[in-house]
Design a protein around this ligand. Sequence first.
Ligand code: KIV
Ligand code: NA
Length: 266
Amino acid sequence: RKRFRVHHLIERKAAGEKLTMLTAYDSITGRIFDEAGIDLILVGDSMGDNVLGHATTIPVTLDELIVAARSVARAAKHAMVVADLPFGAYEASPQHAHASAVRMLKEAEVHAVKIEGGARIAPHVELLTGSGIPVFGHLGFTPQSENMLGGKRIQGRGDEAAERLCADALALQEAGAVCVVLEMVPAPLAARVTEILRIPTIGIGAGSEVDGQVLVWTDMAGIGDWSPRFAKQFGQVGAALAAAAHDYVSEVRSATFPGPEHQYDH
Ligand code: KIV
Ligand code: NA
């Protein structure tokens, strides 16, 4: 299997073949998803509320995401690795975005970055893509703005909001974005955006008429303590891990572990 690269995004869309993406924050999950044949791995700032114990993505730092992204990038032999630029690491100016993205590519060796927002950050996207850094856009519910959006809410409802979302998607494409993630958008609107764009859309809570799907891996695997409605649990990894830990505790307490086969006799 060859490395999934940026030109494959457009090829897949043209061929009508769905793109598959999952988040990962370390080399263990990165390797497992890569070996499962995933096209794209997102080192998302969802690490904040799914792994680091924060309530939102907002506290996640660029340094923290670089550490996570480096371990994922080392493990992924075939997937394209995309890293979020976190809140506070790109908004102020295109130069700000460029400095952060350069750190991400140099220190973590990911293949692309993702930033949230539409027309407002088109100049940022243009500078990055012009500098050789593929950029994924992210529209709809953008968690880094949840304080402005008033919580986790569906975006793009109503004519005006729908028009704005379409215009933002076109602005990102025009600026050189290679793909756009659509989060918590009504399915008919996501389908319309997918239709008007040349570049692919990847949905999360955006229905099936998009070019691909992404889920936060802890939601997908059934390990988090809460999952949004749009996430399907494809496994019960949390329950399996809890059972393993429980058995370990009880076998150590009862002195059944370690057994003779686990010890060195000389
Ligand atoms: O951080 C993340 O996991 C994301 C996805 C939800 C698209 O941005
Ligand atoms: Na994110």
